[in-house]
Write a protein that binds this ligand. Structure first.
Ligand code: NAX
Length: 332
């Protein structure tokens, strides 16, 4: 068997962390043959819930978990980790406006950047889930300059999976038969789920989705808003925010990155822009990517020059620029 991979989850005792740690123990993160040393990192206020979660994980006797432990000390919790799943974040409290949340999380992620840089494995792969995920990731990149920019990502895979579900329901086919929807931009209500390059298997034939979904009104006024507002719809239905679907998407994100994407498969990840598609460096923007040998590559040359796409890409870009301004301005 291979050497265990060290994985740290922040917010490990929360909603998402609870679902995620069991999926990791079941092999969803790195495949069924890769043992894992799992650390759940929490804030001291959550110590009791943390202890209980670790007890349950140990009681599950999951063969892939080489070890499981909890920690409330950041230096210790990130020690040597190869993969950091940054789920914990400060939620929006009563009377807090968006700018307050951006500033509060800006400060948290700035400090976390230092702990990760000083303690994690030098090639640590990071995915930020805690909101505002893209901007939190950009803050890590800014304040942990020794970590390679290409190792810092944010989660938009849940948005991608939600899009696949909407398309498969519309076409009345299984979700596994739809692929290559692209999520552009921010994990927020301004994201742009783009079906222009999506493919579906219909009657055994791989078919471009735009050939079978031609109703522009449905795309603009039902599909896109449904995906953009799905998080709120889940809260309304369940009384709690998405947890298991978010955890499942985290596993998909890391699995694609670590193991690789299938031939012909394009996934979406928010990554530190290298200037592709005119998106400024320093922003964490969701792009279409393929992955191989533990590296992602932005898929180049997709056509987004039409006014429908440009309007939406500019809106999400504008939001990311303003989020970063607000979050970072008071930190420097
Ligand atoms: P919970 O409030 O259930 O859990 C968060 C946990 O993080 C708590 O146990 C808390 O003690 C811990 N925590 C807070 N700050 C921490 C810190 N600095 N270090 C370590 N632990 C810390 O929230 P949950 O439902 O699990 O959601 C977690 C985050 O994911 C939220 O910010 C949420 O907005 C975000 N989401 C992001 C999604 C995405 O697709 N990117 C989708 C789902 C989710 O809404």
């Amino acid at each position: 068997t291979p050497e265990p991979v060290k994985v740290t989850i922040t917010g490990g005792a929360g909603n998402i962390g609870y679902a995620l740690s069991f999926m990791i123990g079941g092999g969803r993160l790195l495949g069924p043959d890769q043992p894992i040393d799992l650390t759940l990192l929490e804030i001291p206020q959550a110590e009791k819930a943390l202890t209980g979660t670790v007890m349950e994980l140990q009681d599950a006797a999951l063969p892939l978990l080489n070890s499981v432990r909890g920690s409330t000390d950041q230096a210790d919790g990130f020690k040597g980790c190869h993969i950091a799943l940054l789920v914990g974040a400060k939620p929006r409290g009563k009377g807090m406006v968006r700018a307050d949340l951006l500033k509060a999380n800006g400060a948290i992620f700035k400090s976390q950047a230092g702990y990760i840089q000083d303690n994690a494995h030098p090639d640590v792969k990071i995915v930020v889930v805690g909101n505002p995920a893209n901007t939190n990731a950009a803050i890590i990149a800014e304040f942990a300059p020794k970590i390679p920019k290409s190792n810092i990502t944010a989660l938009t895979r849940l948005d991608l999976n939600r899009s696949l579900n909407q398309i498969s329901s519309r076409l009345n086919i299984p979700v596994r038969d739809v692929k290559n929807v692209v999520i552009w931009g921010n994990h927020s209500k301004t994201q742009f789920p783009d079906i222009k390059n999506a493919e579906a298997v219909i009657n055994g034939q791989t078919t471009p989705v735009p050939n079978v979904i031609t109703d522009q009104n449905w795309l603009a006024n039902t599909f896109i808003p449904t995906v953009q507002q799905r998080g709120a719809a889940i809260i309304k239905a369940r009384g709690k925010s998405s947890a298991a679907s978010a955890a499942s998407a985290v596993c998909d994100h890391i699995y694609s990155w670590w193991v690789g994407t299938a031939p012909g498969q394009i996934v979406s990840m928010a990554v530190m822009s290298d200037g592709s598609y005119g998106i400024p460096k320093g922003l964490c923007f969701s792009f279409p990517v393929t992955c191989k040998n533990g590296k992602w590559t932005i898929v180049q040359g997709l056509n987004i020059s039409d006014s429908f796409s440009q309007e939406r890409i500019q809106a999400t870009l504008k939001e990311l620029v303003s989020e970063k301004d607000i979050a970072v301005s008071h930190l420097r």
